[in-house]
Design a protein around this ligand. Structure first.
Ligand code: 0X9
Ligand code: ZN
Length: 732
């Protein structure tokens, strides 16, 4: 192992960073396309590929910065002399490689290294893998890929495509698909569910679509921030942006350029490039392609179709159910937030992109922008490669599971995390068929148990409209955790489960310490345009307008009830009175949120907490652009600050905001402070902490059907019967 590392270390070509000497990262407020062209003439390189008016990150030299000053353009130098950081990055890489903590994933890998890894997979698992070459690049490099499926007759199997690195500088987008291959192969040997998925599914992976560009980002005399391929445009500038070269909406005006020097140069015509041709031809050999992810970096986003317009994509509920499931799966690995939504809502529109072309062919196709959310951008610290791969693999697995289920589930109001002991929580569940199967609307079942042991009780969930159900989820009377999942069948009898695999959902029984339903004004301290009252549905220059009523009742606390927040806003607070949590443990802040705010590089929405007048600490801040279009219940664990404290204040802050792009800001309703005691005992009907004869007597006296929530219904199936009695005895 040590020997191997040494060889790799000495053979890796260290990037010569000096070409970025004197170059700074600058956030520029672009006012017109002409301004952008002018900057480009001065050699400006865009880091964000954000080609409309607004603020964008660019790499600029001193001359270009002088030009900005002369033009009176608003800008902010985020990092001066990026060369220093690039050198540090190279040192960090060398160190990570020599330590080898993440194995193969401890450092980014070059094109030949990735090719060698692909060959090794074919040797390790020949019975399920086939390597292939999708085509050749301008410079004659092979575009390598691998197909993975169980042995046997493969006709009719569903096909899923994963690819990385249309964009050369997005290094982590190469590591992620390689890791996915490795884990799928590993699961073939260890995980029965993956074995059965591979019997019905073929996975096709192309980690490096753009090997010429990728190699150029590593080469001596190359460019770490190269994005495009390496076409010779027979002028001063090389390259075509492969992700603008696809025929769907090719040549449209969204984030495109016909200037060969632009990073988003669309090429002389659609599919002018050998790399896009190769991938197109590959897809044309996949008659059953059902899903696709095009991996990019950075921003931590799951971008749904369309990229080229704000039109609703085909099968929109299915599209959104899968992106939500992938986002949840990612968050469950390392807690990272990857926001799901459309490019138009979260980023920008872009024409001629790969996923739009795949969507047009009928598959579910996404762009996933990997870590980080912002700085240091493409130079993700090597220590984050493995975690990024791990969380992305959760999304890959979710996609494989999803296309093997006939029914997609969605929960328009979210899922309840905290429920009062002994209360019902009622929430809608919507189902849609993934591939046109008809759904048996009488087949929906809730599978529930209290505590973490024992079998699940099954009860029916009643339908309340086409494709929709109203779930009534009981919670344990004495504070036990509820674990649950749903099943719904197709008319043909195929059963779909939510959540997928063998995962379960959880609710925690919790008691209310404070509650403000906002029907009355809580009279908290309000600065600026914070106000209590009925929101008017105004605003929405970007994102969605305000709501027109509360989550419950008419009134809310909102930042500017009548429209968008202002530009150049200072931090403006809504602060609660002093709250007392002296007797509480596991304190939770929960409220209904309807928030629209731009990403935190520009505009900020925060929640913070202060104890006994100490400095405020952040509970939550917007990790990305947020564009709520309905009320959503959110909860935050504030126990480490609030538990057992008597002088606590919580505040919501709007601002700071930058000089452009206004959103409709905070709307807050139904604020609750909860405390979780979590000391319930299975079989303890009377909640006295012991399972004894009083519990038996309670069960017997409540014998029969139970409407709503009954403490005696220990096996929560809606009837108090012998199963409950047995449960008491078993936990005596
Ligand atoms: O601009 C792109 O090609 C992608 N972003 S990146 O920073 N990696 O270059 C986004 C493509 C998908 N875009 C939309 N859905 N709008
Ligand atoms: Zn990209």
């Amino acid at each position: 192992m040590l020997l191997l590392n040494t060889i790799l270390l000495t053979s890796s070509i260290l990037f010569s960073a000096s070409q970025y000497d004197g170059i700074s990262v600058v956030n520029v407020h672009i006012e017109s396309p002409e301004q952008l062209e002018l900057l480009r003439d001065f050699g400006a390189k865009s880091l964000a590929c954000f080609d409309h008016s607004g603020e964008t990150s660019m790499l600029l030299d001193e001359e270009a910065i002088r030009l900005l000053k002369k033009l009176g353009v608003t800008f902010k130098i985020v990092e001066s002399n990026i060369d220093r950081r690039l050198k540090l990055f190279e040192e960090e890489r060398a160190l990570a490689r020599s330590r080898g903590l993440g194995g193969w994933y401890s450092d980014f890998k070059t094109w030949p290294e990735v090719n060698a890894k692909l060959s090794s997979f074919a040797i390790v698992a020949p019975e399920i893998t086939t390597t292939f070459i999708a085509g050749q690049t301008h410079e004659g490099r092979d575009i390598h890929g691998i197909r993975i499926t169980a042995p046997g007759d493969t006709t009719g199997r569903k096909q899923i495509l994963f690819n990385g690195c249309q964009h050369a500088r997005e290094w982590v987008a190469v590591m992620v698909p390689v890791y996915a291959i490795e884990k799928i192969i590993e699961a073939w040997n260890t995980d029965p569910s993956m074995q059965s998925y591979l019997e019905s599914t073929e996975i096709i992976v192309v980690p490096i679509v753009n090997p010429d560009g990728y190699e150029f980002t590593y080469a001596n005399g190359g460019d770490r921030f190269w994005r495009k391929n390496r076409r010779n445009n027979s002028g001063s500038c090389e390259g075509v942006d492969l992700n603008r070269n696809w025929s769907f909406a090719w040549g449209g005006g969204d984030s495109t350029s016909t200037n060969t020097c632009s990073d988003i140069y669309i090429g002389p015509n659609a599919f002018s490039e050998p790399e896009t041709q190769a991938m197109r031809d590959l897809v044309n050999t996949l008659p059953n392609l059902v899903a696709h992810v095009d991996f990019h970096s950075y921003s931590q986003l799951i971008l749904e179709p369309w990229a080229s317009s704000n039109d609703t994509p085909p099968r929109v509920t299915v599209v959104k159910a899968l992106s939500a499931a992938m986002s949840d799966a990612i968050a469950s690995v390392h807690g990272e937030s990857y926001v799901a939504g459309t490019g138009g809502d979260l980023l920008y529109l872009a024409d001629g992109v790969f996923p739009d072309w795949v969507t047009d062919r009928g598959a579910l196709s996404y762009t996933i922008e990997l870590r980080p959310t912002g700085s240091p951008g493409f130079d993700l610290p090597p220590s984050e490669i493995l975690p990024t791969c791990e969380e992305s693999f959760a999304a890959v697995k979710t996609m494989i599971e999803f296309v093997n289920q006939p029914i997609a589930f969605s929960f328009p109001n979210g899922l309840p995390e905290f429920v009062n002991p002994g209360e019902l929580s009622v929430f809608p569940m919507v189902v849609s068929s993934v591939f046109n199967e008809s759904i048996d609307m009488n087949s929906a079942k809730l599978h529930l148990r209290y505590g973490n042991i024992g079998e699940y009780a099954q009860s029916s969930v009643s339908s309340n409209g086409p494709n929709s159900f109203l779930v009534e989820l009981p919670s344990s009377s004495c504070g036990l955790v509820g674990e649950y999942w749903f099943t719904v069948s197709t008319s043909a009898g195929q059963v779909a489960r939510y959540p997928g695999g063998s995962e379960v959902l959880q609710t925690t029984a919790s008691s209310v310490v404070y509650t403000w339903n906002m029907d009355q004004n809580p009279n908290w301290t309000m600065q600026g345009e914070w106000n209590w009252g009925v929101p008017t549905g105004g605003g929405g220059e970007y994102g969605n307008p305000d709501p027109t009523s509360g989550a419950t009742g008419n009134n809310v606390l909102g930042y500017n009830l009548a429209g968008d927040y202002a530009n150049n806003l200072a931090q403006t607070h809504l602060t609660t009175d002093m709250l007392n949590f002296q007797n509480n443990t596991n304190t939770i802040l929960q409220f209904s949120r309807y928030l629209n705010v731009e990403q935190p590089m520009y505009d900020n929405a925060t929640i913070s907490i202060s104890v006994s007048g100490d400095p405020w600490t952040t509970v939550w801040s917007n990790p990305n652009t947020i564009t709520d279009s309905q009320w959503e219940t959110v909860s935050y664990d504030i126990s480490n600050r609030a538990d057992m404290q008597s002088n606590v204040q919580i505040r919501w802050t709007m601002g700071t905001t930058d000089s452009a792009w206004r959103y409709s800001g905070w709307n807050i309703d139904d604020v609750q402070i909860l405390t979780v005691s979590g000391n319930g005992v299975v079989g303890d009907v009377t909640c006295d902490g012991v399972v004894n004869v009083t519990d038996i007597l309670s069960v017997v006296s409540a014998w029969g059907p139970c409407a709503g929530v009954c403490p005696e219904d220990i096996v929560p199936d809606g009837v108090i019967d012998v199963s409950d009695l047995l449960k008491v005895i078993a936990n005596w």
